[in-house]
Design a binder for this molecule. Structure first.
Ligand SMILES: Cc1cc2nc3c(=O)[nH]c(=O)nc-3n(C[C@H](O)[C@H](O)[C@H](O)COP(=O)(O)O)c2cc1C
Length: 197
């Protein structure tokens, strides 16, 4: 079946894409403004380049049409910290997607413990397996719609010591949570790549 996207609503297009581009990694994004820490998950998230180390998240608007707090804060303060989520943090991550007034922090609302590891960036969520400390690079104009892709330069990457299986070879092993449609999956057993003849 071919789906003509011109004939589809935003929700239908989301359903088609979110169930076919799978699994999607989850960026659990920490930003800060006026002393209020904001934490929210985004699964329109991907790596763009290793040098310069660059990732992208796409952030939309609230139900009242104002920018989501993450978008507002990154535009204003040009910084964010992206946490990678494991199963231990699944519930807090999911709860933190609730739409809250900007003055309220998910930290207090959902008892999310954070830890400052780099003074120049928002804190990361305590205990996550990995985190990316990012500077805002630019936003992309898609020529309509209200979801804004934000390009972010990654300045530092944190990986928890237990996940680094061989520091010399920089091998890392942990089980992040990813999104499939509206559900979640734990990244499981890897498959060795076949040898190209
Ligand atoms: C797993 C997951 C992934 C999500 N991905 C996105 C996304 O890619 N873009 C987006 O705008 N909202 C996404 N959302 C919804 C936001 O998390 C939600 O709107 C949140 O309230 C935004 O918070 P903020 O206003 O504090 O930035 C996602 C929600 C969940 C649970």
């Amino acid at each position: 079946m071919i789906f003509d996207l011109e004939q589809k609503t935003t929700n239908e297009k989301y359903k088609l894409m979110a169930q076919t581009i799978i699994p999607r990694p989850i960026a659990w994004v920490v930003t800060e403004d006026d002393g209020v820490l904001n934490i929210a998950p985004f699964s329109y998230f991907m790596a763009l380049s290793s040098t310069p180390a660059t990732v992208m998240i796409s952030v939309g608007h609230k139900s009242d049409a104002t920018p989501k707090d993450t978008l507002f804060n990154i535009r204003k303060n040009k910084k964010c910290t992206i946490c990678i989520v494991d199963e231990e943090h699944l519930e807090q991550m999911h709860f933190s997607s609730k739409e809250l007034p900007k003055s309220l922090s998910e930290v207090e609302e959902f008892n999310i413990e954070t830890t400052t590891v780099l003074e120049d960036f928002p804190p990361m969520v305590k205990g996550v397996p990995a985190a990316y400390f990012c500077d805002f690079n630019q936003e992309i104009d898609l020529g309509g719609g209200n979801t804004i892709p934000l390009i972010l330069n990654v300045k530092n990457i944190y990986v928890k010591d237990e996940a680094i299986t061989n520091p010399e070879r920089l091998t890392i092993d942990f089980a992040p949570i990813t999104r499939i449609g509206k559900s979640y999956a734990r990244v499981g057993d890897g498959i060795e790549p076949p040898k190209i003849p």
